[in-house]
Design a protein around this ligand. Sequence first.
Ligand code: DC
Length: 239
Amino acid sequence: MQRQTTAVVAMDGPAGAGKSTVARRVAQAFGFTLLDTGALYRTVALAARRAGVTLSDGEAMTRFAEQLVARNGLEIEPTEASGMRVRLDGEEVGQAIRTPEISMGASQVSAIPGVRSALLALQRDFVRLGRARGVVCEGRDIGTVVFPNADVKLFLTASVDVRAERRYRELADEGASVSLEATRQEVIQRDAQDEGRAIAPLRRADDAILVDSTGLDLEGVVDKAVDLVRARLAAEAAR
Ligand code: DC
């Protein structure tokens, strides 16, 4: 099998498992670029809402996502400290895509096959055409669908209660007025949606390493992930 020139670290898992932070820190540790694929689904949901497209209308959403990608309306930009910025028709939407409403909208549009395939090409091109030594690609279907040949696959998870608590704290820190229980219900609903969809459902790839962060603090998870990635990359290089 032909060797990928860019190392790919696939990091999948449910909402609130600490993926974003861990992915970014792993990218920093190895000098890799970050690809936050959830941000792409979120931006499609935001754009569709603004354009008045019904998120549950599969045909309309497919056409909308295809046109958005075709006109380069969705731009991915690596930033300092292994971050990632996404632009919607030139506008930075980093904040606007982080609301609970857009979280649910992203989950909804991500169940539409046409939306997924429009974004699939974008994700693969980012890695294929980019000049990064490596990319940490974070999402739900990276190890199973987007990059099934990834050099390292991690599946990050934690109990529903722990994930809800983390998400709640994150939102509260951002000044959002939400309750812990509402956040918990949102996590449960999103899990069901992401795991239950017919296409590319959230699931651990057979060859992904499971990292359960329930009893670990963030630093502990980061250390564990960095060690696992280092070991795998070294084993790959030695082959
Ligand atoms: O990781 P996130 O919370 O930003 O993702 C938002 C939604 O996008 C999530 O509920 C499911 C969807 N998603 C997906 O279906 N596939 C991906 N690779 C990434 C995200």
